[in-house]
Design a protein around this ligand. Structure first.
Ligand code: NAP
Length: 483
């Protein structure tokens, strides 16, 4: 099964349009989380390889930045088409290394490809501005230029989309990139490189360097004066480290970090719609998403109905190898991820929570954990503070709107919040009081290439997607003119 799927997936470093071994010959294993078997051995970049990748990006920079915006846009559009043509193959590679169900992987491939289509259209809309200085009468001429080489660091939970969400706008802006994918899931991006080559991306414009020495390799690049942008998606802890590193050379940072999303269900909500939304907000990617609903706050009058219906839906999900038909719930990405979920559920139960469904780790092999609903969760449960990153819905009740808002905001994170109510004025009133970068109002999903994705507080800096996403890769230049 693996041999067929992985036969043509490259496993070396992609630098300057060529496949290269690591300078010290180092490699690391990639594991299928459903079987715990090794499925590939991938070259592990060294600091020397990272320098070679920045050299390649530098060599490509002038040519790429100098291409007409329409040409860059057409290459991105072609990339979208090539990915969609081979969508099923990419989806299977994602499932193999990440574990998520094929349905989730197919959704991810389409979402990932959309960033190329969207930014194909944005490449030609890098507009500036001309105005007259009020006092001197000089002309203020403003244009946005490619910021320079961008280092991209991505997580394992969306091996395709978290990378294309950065590559698309960077290339549209005219920036070459060096991407370091997560060590758990390096194959998807390596597999994508021939597709980008086919689409016409020139050598050196996109470089991919998986590495087991992430800290050293990324640090070396951030201390290379030629690197001007660092775009990171991952944990708040690592993001904070990279912000410190970026400070040394004043590298422009874009940070998409952790989340702890509340999901509010008001008394007047359409409960069936809220259940559908909850299933997406909680279960997309088995809960391994920064946008995953982490804390359900349900009005006390509708709690029992909501909990009963959610339990029925969650209990009906088929768990198994994500490649198999009908499976909705694959394994978590690795043992540490699964252990963390077990720890959080055990902690909540020890503090009085009641398990309505799930909650028991199945026998191996594979890092499986069942869809779980727990209620009566006490306020000091760890899972209310930390990302669960697994298929566990924890429910608490509330009485008043003010209480719901206060508890939803009681977190250091500010990525996304969801709320369900049929009263639109309540929906907008509450949305304005929620300190989150994104709100799902009667919707369980907010991700969209045309929308600015990002968070407040410890959830990050900057936005990805929409027009704003391209600004992360542009510098403003102003020319003061007179004639
Ligand atoms: P992570 O441990 O922070 O790793 C993310 C990336 O950083 C990986 O490529 C990792 O490489 C690399 N890395 C780790 N330590 C590093 C260091 N010292 N210096 C430089 N790079 C380093 O996060 P994760 O566990 O992969 O992903 C889960 C987290 O991502 C969650 O907190 C989730 O909320 C967040 N996330 C946020 C968004 C968003 O848009 N806000 C989207 C998706 C995920 P290795 O794999 O080699 O360790």
């Amino acid at each position: 099964m693996y041999d067929n799927l992985l036969a043509n997936v490259p496993t070396d470093l992609w630098i300057g349009g060529k496949w290269k071994k690591a300078s010290d010959g180092g490699r690391f294993d990639v594991i299928d989380p459903a079987t715990e078997k090794t499925i590939a051995s991938v070259a592990s970049a060294t600091v020397e390889d990272a320098k070679a990748a920045v050299d390649a990006a530098q060599a490509a920079f002038e040519g790429w930045a100098g291409r007409k915006p329409r040409e860059r846009g057409e290459i991105l559009r072609k990339a979208y088409e090539v990915i969609m043509r081979d969508a099923e193959r990419f989806a299977k590679i994602i499932t193999l290394e990440n574990g998520k169900s094929l349905t989730d992987s197919r959704g991810e491939v389409a979402y990932a490809a959309e960033f190329f289509r969207w930014y194909a259209e944005e490449a030609v809309r890098n507009n500036g501005q001309v105005s007259m200085a009020p006092s001197s009468g000089a002309r203020i001429f403003v244009q946005h230029r490619p910021a320079g080489i961008a280092v991209l660091v991505t997580p394992w939970n969306f091996p395709a989309a978290m990378a294309t969400r950065k590559i698309g706008p960077a290339l549209a802006a005219g920036c070459p990139v060096v991407l370091k994918p997560a060590s758990d899931t390096p194959l998807t991006m390596l597999a994508l490189m021939p597709a980008l080559e086919e689409a016409g991306v020139p050598p050196g414009v996109v470089n991919v360097i998986p590495s087991r020495s992430s800290g050293k390799v990324v640090s070396a690049m951030l201390h290379d004066m030629r690197v001007r942008v660092v775009s990171f998606t991952g944990s708040t802890e690592v993001g904070r480290k990279l912000l410190h590193e970026a400070a040394d050379n004043i590298v422009k940072p874009a940070m998409e970090l952790g989340g702890n999303a509340p999901f509010l269900v008001f008394e007047d909500a359409d409960i069936d719609a809220a259940i559908d939304g909850a299933m997406i907000a909680k279960m997309r990617n088995m809960g391994e998403a920064c946008t995953a609903a982490n804390r359900f706050y349900v009005h006390e009058n509708v709690h029992d109905e909501f909990a009963k219906k959610l339990t029925a839906k969650m209990g009906g999900l088929k768990m198994g190898n994500g490649l198999d038909d009908g499976v909705a719930l694959g394994p978590l990405v690795n043992k540490e991820g699964r252990d963390k979920v077990v720890e959080l559920v055990d902690d909540a139960v020890a503090k009085g929570a009641k398990v309505l469904v799930g909650g028991k780790t199945p026998d191996g092999p594979g890092f499986f954990y069942p869809a779980t609903v727990i209620t009566n969760v006490s306020n000091d449960a760890m899972m209310l503070r930390e990302e669960i990153f697994g298929p566990v819905a924890s429910i608490q009740t509330f009485k008043t709107e003010a209480e719901a808002i206060q508890r939803a905001n009681d977190t250091e994170y500010g990525l996304v919040a969801y709320l369900y109510t049929k009263d639109l004025s309540r929906g907008l009133r509450v949305s304005e009081k929620l300190d989150f970068g994104m709100i799902g109002l009667n919707r369980g999903i907010v991700s969209d290439p045309a929308a600015p994705f990002g968070g407040t507080k410890q959830s990050g800096l900057g936005r990805e997607g929409a027009q704003e996403g391209m600004k992360e890769f542009l510098e403003t230049q102003y020319v003061s003119m007179t004639w």
